[in-house]
Design a protein around this ligand. Structure first.
Ligand SMILES: *Cc1c(COP(=O)(O)O)cnc(C)c1O
Length: 383
Protein backbone atom coordinates (compact mmCIF):
# COMPACT_ATOMS: atom_id res chain seq x y z
CA UNK A 1 0.00 0.00 0.00
CA UNK A 2 2.75 2.43 0.85
CA UNK A 3 6.35 2.50 -0.30
CA UNK A 4 7.86 2.86 3.17
CA UNK A 5 6.58 0.66 6.03
CA UNK A 6 4.52 2.72 8.47
CA UNK A 7 6.03 2.37 11.91
CA UNK A 8 3.96 2.46 15.07
CA UNK A 9 5.64 5.59 16.35
CA UNK A 10 8.47 7.69 14.94
CA UNK A 11 10.11 10.68 16.62
CA UNK A 12 10.00 14.12 14.95
CA UNK A 13 13.05 16.40 15.24
CA UNK A 14 11.90 19.61 13.60
CA UNK A 15 12.97 22.22 16.14
CA UNK A 16 16.14 23.26 17.96
CA UNK A 17 17.48 19.73 18.55
CA UNK A 18 20.54 20.12 16.32
CA UNK A 19 21.59 23.52 17.65
CA UNK A 20 21.13 22.54 21.32
CA UNK A 21 23.10 19.30 20.88
CA UNK A 22 25.81 21.17 18.99
CA UNK A 23 26.05 23.59 21.90
CA UNK A 24 26.68 20.64 24.26
CA UNK A 25 29.43 19.28 22.02
CA UNK A 26 31.00 22.69 21.41
CA UNK A 27 31.13 23.52 25.12
CA UNK A 28 32.06 20.03 26.35
CA UNK A 29 29.00 19.80 28.62
CA UNK A 30 27.89 16.38 27.44
CA UNK A 31 27.49 14.48 30.69
CA UNK A 32 25.30 14.57 33.76
CA UNK A 33 25.56 18.23 34.66
CA UNK A 34 24.87 21.21 32.48
CA UNK A 35 22.41 23.93 31.74
CA UNK A 36 20.09 21.80 29.61
CA UNK A 37 19.45 19.40 32.50
CA UNK A 38 18.40 22.33 34.69
CA UNK A 39 16.32 23.89 31.93
CA UNK A 40 14.67 20.57 31.05
CA UNK A 41 13.63 20.12 34.69
CA UNK A 42 12.21 23.66 34.87
CA UNK A 43 10.37 23.34 31.55
CA UNK A 44 9.01 19.92 32.45
CA UNK A 45 7.73 21.03 35.85
CA UNK A 46 5.88 23.85 34.07
CA UNK A 47 4.31 21.47 31.52
CA UNK A 48 3.25 19.08 34.30
CA UNK A 49 2.06 21.79 36.67
CA UNK A 50 4.26 20.48 39.49
CA UNK A 51 6.74 22.26 41.75
CA UNK A 52 9.60 20.00 40.78
CA UNK A 53 10.80 17.70 38.04
CA UNK A 54 13.87 15.47 38.35
CA UNK A 55 15.41 14.34 35.06
CA UNK A 56 16.43 10.68 35.08
CA UNK A 57 17.99 8.15 32.76
CA UNK A 58 14.68 6.48 31.81
CA UNK A 59 11.12 5.98 32.94
CA UNK A 60 11.84 2.61 34.51
CA UNK A 61 14.47 4.18 36.79
CA UNK A 62 11.96 6.90 37.70
CA UNK A 63 9.37 4.28 38.71
CA UNK A 64 12.00 2.41 40.72
CA UNK A 65 13.04 5.58 42.60
CA UNK A 66 9.48 6.78 43.15
CA UNK A 67 8.44 3.49 44.78
CA UNK A 68 11.56 3.37 46.94
CA UNK A 69 11.09 7.00 48.03
CA UNK A 70 7.50 6.60 49.16
CA UNK A 71 8.58 3.71 51.33
CA UNK A 72 7.68 0.55 49.44
CA UNK A 73 9.69 -2.25 51.03
CA UNK A 74 10.37 -5.95 50.61
CA UNK A 75 7.28 -7.97 51.46
CA UNK A 76 4.79 -5.19 50.64
CA UNK A 77 2.12 -5.42 47.95
CA UNK A 78 1.61 -2.72 45.32
CA UNK A 79 -1.58 -2.37 43.27
CA UNK A 80 -0.82 -2.23 39.55
CA UNK A 81 -2.76 -2.90 36.36
CA UNK A 82 -1.82 -6.11 34.58
CA UNK A 83 -2.56 -4.45 31.23
CA UNK A 84 0.56 -2.27 31.08
CA UNK A 85 4.06 -2.13 29.72
CA UNK A 86 5.95 -4.48 32.02
CA UNK A 87 8.19 -1.72 33.45
CA UNK A 88 5.34 -0.68 35.78
CA UNK A 89 5.35 -4.12 37.36
CA UNK A 90 9.11 -4.71 37.31
CA UNK A 91 9.59 -1.55 39.38
CA UNK A 92 7.52 -3.20 42.12
CA UNK A 93 9.67 -6.32 41.98
CA UNK A 94 12.87 -4.22 42.25
CA UNK A 95 11.76 -3.28 45.79
CA UNK A 96 11.30 -6.94 46.70
CA UNK A 97 7.58 -6.16 46.81
CA UNK A 98 4.78 -8.12 45.15
CA UNK A 99 2.45 -6.78 42.45
CA UNK A 100 -1.24 -6.99 43.33
CA UNK A 101 -2.99 -7.01 39.97
CA UNK A 102 -6.26 -5.12 39.60
CA UNK A 103 -8.58 -5.01 36.59
CA UNK A 104 -9.00 -2.21 34.07
CA UNK A 105 -12.15 -0.68 32.57
CA UNK A 106 -12.90 -0.32 28.87
CA UNK A 107 -13.38 3.45 28.57
CA UNK A 108 -9.88 4.20 29.90
CA UNK A 109 -7.94 0.90 29.53
CA UNK A 110 -6.71 1.90 33.02
CA UNK A 111 -7.43 0.72 36.58
CA UNK A 112 -11.17 0.45 37.27
CA UNK A 113 -11.80 2.55 40.42
CA UNK A 114 -15.16 0.86 41.18
CA UNK A 115 -13.76 -2.66 40.91
CA UNK A 116 -10.76 -1.62 42.99
CA UNK A 117 -12.96 -0.08 45.70
CA UNK A 118 -15.02 -3.27 45.88
CA UNK A 119 -11.89 -5.43 46.03
CA UNK A 120 -10.26 -3.32 48.75
CA UNK A 121 -13.48 -3.17 50.77
CA UNK A 122 -13.84 -6.95 50.67
CA UNK A 123 -10.20 -8.02 50.97
CA UNK A 124 -8.35 -5.47 53.09
CA UNK A 125 -8.51 -3.90 56.53
CA UNK A 126 -6.67 -1.17 58.39
CA UNK A 127 -4.17 -2.39 60.97
CA UNK A 128 -2.02 0.08 62.87
CA UNK A 129 -2.65 2.76 60.27
CA UNK A 130 -1.68 0.56 57.33
CA UNK A 131 -3.90 -1.09 54.74
CA UNK A 132 -3.36 -4.84 54.99
CA UNK A 133 -4.68 -7.53 52.67
CA UNK A 134 -6.27 -10.22 54.79
CA UNK A 135 -5.40 -13.08 52.43
CA UNK A 136 -1.65 -12.45 52.70
CA UNK A 137 -1.24 -10.35 55.84
CA UNK A 138 0.93 -8.02 53.75
CA UNK A 139 0.75 -4.24 53.67
CA UNK A 140 -0.70 -2.65 50.53
CA UNK A 141 2.00 0.02 50.28
CA UNK A 142 1.15 1.87 47.05
CA UNK A 143 -1.01 2.01 43.97
CA UNK A 144 0.41 2.73 40.51
CA UNK A 145 -2.28 3.63 37.98
CA UNK A 146 -1.00 3.77 34.39
CA UNK A 147 -2.52 6.20 31.88
CA UNK A 148 -2.77 3.87 28.89
CA UNK A 149 -1.75 5.24 25.50
CA UNK A 150 -2.05 8.76 26.95
CA UNK A 151 -5.71 8.36 28.05
CA UNK A 152 -6.45 9.29 31.64
CA UNK A 153 -7.48 6.87 34.34
CA UNK A 154 -10.71 7.94 36.15
CA UNK A 155 -8.58 9.61 38.79
CA UNK A 156 -11.12 11.14 41.17
CA UNK A 157 -12.69 7.90 42.48
CA UNK A 158 -9.35 6.07 42.26
CA UNK A 159 -7.50 8.64 44.37
CA UNK A 160 -10.42 8.63 46.76
CA UNK A 161 -10.40 4.84 47.24
CA UNK A 162 -6.66 4.96 47.94
CA UNK A 163 -6.69 8.08 50.14
CA UNK A 164 -9.34 6.63 52.46
CA UNK A 165 -7.00 3.72 53.17
CA UNK A 166 -3.78 5.74 53.32
CA UNK A 167 -2.40 4.13 50.15
CA UNK A 168 -0.03 6.53 48.33
CA UNK A 169 -0.44 6.83 44.56
CA UNK A 170 2.37 7.05 42.01
CA UNK A 171 1.08 7.84 38.51
CA UNK A 172 2.76 5.99 35.68
CA UNK A 173 2.31 8.84 33.19
CA UNK A 174 5.08 7.54 30.92
CA UNK A 175 2.75 7.70 27.91
CA UNK A 176 0.74 10.71 29.00
CA UNK A 177 2.91 13.83 28.74
CA UNK A 178 0.61 16.65 27.61
CA UNK A 179 -2.61 14.87 28.67
CA UNK A 180 -4.88 16.20 31.40
CA UNK A 181 -7.76 15.19 33.67
CA UNK A 182 -10.32 17.86 34.56
CA UNK A 183 -7.94 20.46 33.16
CA UNK A 184 -4.95 19.40 35.27
CA UNK A 185 -1.86 17.70 33.75
CA UNK A 186 -1.45 13.96 34.29
CA UNK A 187 1.48 13.13 36.53
CA UNK A 188 0.52 15.91 38.96
CA UNK A 189 -2.16 14.01 40.93
CA UNK A 190 -0.27 11.41 42.94
CA UNK A 191 2.59 11.74 45.44
CA UNK A 192 4.73 11.67 42.31
CA UNK A 193 4.30 11.11 38.59
CA UNK A 194 6.66 9.23 36.32
CA UNK A 195 7.39 10.15 32.69
CA UNK A 196 9.38 8.49 29.92
CA UNK A 197 11.27 10.15 27.09
CA UNK A 198 12.13 6.97 25.25
CA UNK A 199 12.33 7.27 21.46
CA UNK A 200 8.77 5.99 20.98
CA UNK A 201 7.08 8.42 23.38
CA UNK A 202 5.36 11.69 22.39
CA UNK A 203 8.50 13.68 23.24
CA UNK A 204 11.92 12.05 23.41
CA UNK A 205 15.42 12.61 24.76
CA UNK A 206 16.71 9.49 23.01
CA UNK A 207 16.38 7.64 26.29
CA UNK A 208 15.20 9.42 29.38
CA UNK A 209 12.68 9.75 32.12
CA UNK A 210 11.59 12.00 34.94
CA UNK A 211 9.89 12.10 38.28
CA UNK A 212 7.53 15.05 38.82
CA UNK A 213 6.11 16.04 42.18
CA UNK A 214 4.92 18.90 44.39
CA UNK A 215 6.87 17.38 47.28
CA UNK A 216 10.16 19.32 47.45
CA UNK A 217 11.75 16.89 49.90
CA UNK A 218 10.88 13.89 47.74
CA UNK A 219 12.34 15.62 44.66
CA UNK A 220 15.53 16.52 46.53
CA UNK A 221 15.87 12.94 47.75
CA UNK A 222 15.30 11.61 44.21
CA UNK A 223 18.04 13.86 42.87
CA UNK A 224 20.35 12.79 45.69
CA UNK A 225 19.81 9.05 45.21
CA UNK A 226 20.14 9.43 41.43
CA UNK A 227 23.61 10.94 41.86
CA UNK A 228 25.09 8.13 44.01
CA UNK A 229 23.84 9.72 47.25
CA UNK A 230 26.95 11.86 47.62
CA UNK A 231 27.09 13.65 50.98
CA UNK A 232 30.53 15.10 50.32
CA UNK A 233 31.30 14.90 46.61
CA UNK A 234 34.88 16.20 46.98
CA UNK A 235 35.90 13.58 49.52
CA UNK A 236 33.76 10.76 48.10
CA UNK A 237 31.46 10.30 51.08
CA UNK A 238 28.00 8.83 50.44
CA UNK A 239 25.07 8.49 52.86
CA UNK A 240 22.95 5.83 51.17
CA UNK A 241 23.05 3.16 48.46
CA UNK A 242 22.48 5.46 45.48
CA UNK A 243 22.36 5.05 41.74
CA UNK A 244 23.72 6.68 38.64
CA UNK A 245 20.26 7.47 37.28
CA UNK A 246 21.01 10.98 35.99
CA UNK A 247 20.03 12.20 32.54
CA UNK A 248 23.04 13.39 30.50
CA UNK A 249 23.04 17.01 29.29
CA UNK A 250 23.07 15.94 25.61
CA UNK A 251 19.82 14.05 26.13
CA UNK A 252 18.33 16.94 28.08
CA UNK A 253 19.25 19.27 25.20
CA UNK A 254 17.14 17.15 22.85
CA UNK A 255 14.39 17.16 25.47
CA UNK A 256 14.35 20.97 25.74
CA UNK A 257 13.86 21.21 21.99
CA UNK A 258 11.14 18.54 22.09
CA UNK A 259 9.21 20.27 24.88
CA UNK A 260 9.18 23.46 22.77
CA UNK A 261 7.23 21.45 20.19
CA UNK A 262 4.98 19.51 22.55
CA UNK A 263 1.82 21.54 21.93
CA UNK A 264 2.28 20.99 18.19
CA UNK A 265 2.84 17.23 18.66
CA UNK A 266 -0.32 16.95 20.76
CA UNK A 267 -2.33 19.00 18.25
CA UNK A 268 -1.20 16.78 15.36
CA UNK A 269 -1.84 13.59 17.39
CA UNK A 270 -5.36 14.80 18.11
CA UNK A 271 -5.95 15.39 14.39
CA UNK A 272 -4.68 11.89 13.59
CA UNK A 273 -6.98 10.37 16.21
CA UNK A 274 -9.93 12.34 14.81
CA UNK A 275 -9.08 11.10 11.31
CA UNK A 276 -9.03 7.49 12.58
CA UNK A 277 -12.31 8.03 14.43
CA UNK A 278 -14.00 9.36 11.28
CA UNK A 279 -12.60 6.51 9.19
CA UNK A 280 -13.89 3.87 11.65
CA UNK A 281 -17.32 5.47 12.14
CA UNK A 282 -20.10 3.04 11.27
CA UNK A 283 -17.67 0.10 10.84
CA UNK A 284 -17.17 -3.06 12.91
CA UNK A 285 -14.11 -1.50 14.58
CA UNK A 286 -14.19 1.23 17.20
CA UNK A 287 -11.39 3.58 18.15
CA UNK A 288 -10.18 3.77 21.76
CA UNK A 289 -11.32 7.35 22.39
CA UNK A 290 -10.77 10.02 25.03
CA UNK A 291 -12.41 9.26 28.40
CA UNK A 292 -14.99 11.75 29.70
CA UNK A 293 -13.52 14.62 31.73
CA UNK A 294 -10.06 14.26 30.22
CA UNK A 295 -8.00 15.57 27.33
CA UNK A 296 -5.67 13.00 25.79
CA UNK A 297 -2.37 13.49 23.98
CA UNK A 298 -3.50 10.53 21.82
CA UNK A 299 0.07 9.24 21.95
CA UNK A 300 -0.98 5.96 20.36
CA UNK A 301 -4.25 4.82 18.83
CA UNK A 302 -5.88 1.43 19.20
CA UNK A 303 -9.01 -0.13 17.74
CA UNK A 304 -11.28 -2.63 19.41
CA UNK A 305 -12.70 -5.55 17.45
CA UNK A 306 -15.77 -7.57 18.41
CA UNK A 307 -13.73 -10.68 19.22
CA UNK A 308 -10.18 -12.01 19.47
CA UNK A 309 -10.30 -13.73 16.06
CA UNK A 310 -11.22 -10.48 14.31
CA UNK A 311 -8.45 -8.57 16.10
CA UNK A 312 -5.90 -11.25 15.15
CA UNK A 313 -7.03 -11.05 11.51
CA UNK A 314 -6.71 -7.24 11.49
CA UNK A 315 -3.23 -7.40 13.01
CA UNK A 316 -2.01 -10.06 10.58
CA UNK A 317 -3.43 -8.31 7.54
CA UNK A 318 -1.98 -4.90 8.44
CA UNK A 319 1.43 -6.40 9.07
CA UNK A 320 1.34 -8.25 5.75
CA UNK A 321 0.84 -4.86 4.10
CA UNK A 322 3.88 -3.36 5.81
CA UNK A 323 1.88 -1.46 8.43
CA UNK A 324 3.58 -1.51 11.83
CA UNK A 325 0.49 -2.46 13.82
CA UNK A 326 1.05 -4.12 17.20
CA UNK A 327 -0.94 -6.09 19.73
CA UNK A 328 -1.63 -4.58 23.14
CA UNK A 329 0.91 -5.58 25.85
CA UNK A 330 0.58 -9.21 26.93
CA UNK A 331 -0.84 -8.91 30.47
CA UNK A 332 1.71 -9.00 33.27
CA UNK A 333 -0.13 -11.71 35.24
CA UNK A 334 0.48 -14.11 32.33
CA UNK A 335 4.24 -13.43 32.22
CA UNK A 336 6.35 -16.23 33.76
CA UNK A 337 7.74 -14.04 36.59
CA UNK A 338 4.31 -12.90 37.77
CA UNK A 339 2.11 -15.94 37.26
CA UNK A 340 1.86 -16.55 41.00
CA UNK A 341 1.31 -12.92 41.99
CA UNK A 342 -1.95 -12.12 43.81
CA UNK A 343 -4.77 -10.59 41.79
CA UNK A 344 -8.35 -9.46 41.67
CA UNK A 345 -10.44 -11.04 38.88
CA UNK A 346 -9.12 -9.69 35.54
CA UNK A 347 -11.84 -10.32 32.91
CA UNK A 348 -11.64 -6.88 31.25
CA UNK A 349 -7.83 -7.01 31.11
CA UNK A 350 -7.89 -10.30 29.21
CA UNK A 351 -10.70 -9.20 26.87
CA UNK A 352 -9.12 -5.83 25.96
CA UNK A 353 -5.76 -7.48 25.42
CA UNK A 354 -7.21 -10.01 22.98
CA UNK A 355 -9.55 -7.68 21.09
CA UNK A 356 -7.47 -4.54 20.57
CA UNK A 357 -4.85 -3.63 17.97
CA UNK A 358 -2.47 -0.66 18.18
CA UNK A 359 -2.21 1.43 15.01
CA UNK A 360 0.56 3.64 13.59
CA UNK A 361 0.24 7.05 15.25
CA UNK A 362 3.38 9.04 14.44
CA UNK A 363 2.90 12.81 14.32
CA UNK A 364 4.43 12.63 10.84
CA UNK A 365 1.57 10.51 9.42
CA UNK A 366 -0.60 12.13 6.75
CA UNK A 367 -4.39 11.98 6.84
CA UNK A 368 -4.28 9.95 3.63
CA UNK A 369 -2.07 7.34 5.34
CA UNK A 370 -4.47 7.21 8.28
CA UNK A 371 -7.39 6.56 5.92
CA UNK A 372 -5.43 3.84 4.12
CA UNK A 373 -4.57 2.05 7.39
CA UNK A 374 -8.16 2.31 8.61
CA UNK A 375 -9.60 1.04 5.30
CA UNK A 376 -7.23 -1.94 5.38
CA UNK A 377 -8.20 -2.71 8.99
CA UNK A 378 -11.92 -2.51 8.23
CA UNK A 379 -11.51 -4.78 5.22
CA UNK A 380 -9.60 -7.35 7.30
CA UNK A 381 -12.21 -7.19 10.08
CA UNK A 382 -14.95 -7.97 7.55
CA UNK A 383 -13.06 -11.21 6.82
C1 LIG B 1 7.67 3.53 28.25
C2 LIG B 1 7.00 3.14 29.49
C3 LIG B 1 7.71 2.96 30.69
C4 LIG B 1 9.18 2.92 30.83
O1 LIG B 1 9.88 3.97 30.29
P1 LIG B 1 11.39 3.75 29.80
O2 LIG B 1 11.83 5.15 29.59
O3 LIG B 1 11.30 2.96 28.52
O4 LIG B 1 12.14 3.04 30.85
C5 LIG B 1 6.98 2.70 31.84
N1 LIG B 1 5.65 2.57 31.81
C6 LIG B 1 4.95 2.70 30.67
C7 LIG B 1 3.48 2.55 30.71
C8 LIG B 1 5.60 2.97 29.47
O5 LIG B 1 4.89 3.05 28.35
Amino acid sequence: MTTKPLSLHEPVFAGNEWSYVKECLDTGWVSSAGKFVDRFETDLARVCGTRRAVALVNGTAALDLALRLIGVRAGDEVIVPSLTFLATVNAVAYQGAVPLFADVEEPTFGLDPDALEAFLAAETETRGGACVRRGSGRRVAACVPMHALGRSVRLEPLLDACARRGIPVIEDAAEALGSSYRGRPLGSFGRAGVLSFNGNKIATTGGGGALVTDDEALAARAKHLSTQAKSDADAFWHDAVGYNHRLPNVNAAIGCAQLEQLDGFVARKREIAAAYRDAFAGTALSLFWEPAGSRSNFWLNAVLARDAETAARVLKSLRARGVGARPMWAPAHLQPMYRDAPRAPLPVTERLWRTSVCLPSSASLTDAQVREVAAAAVEAAAG
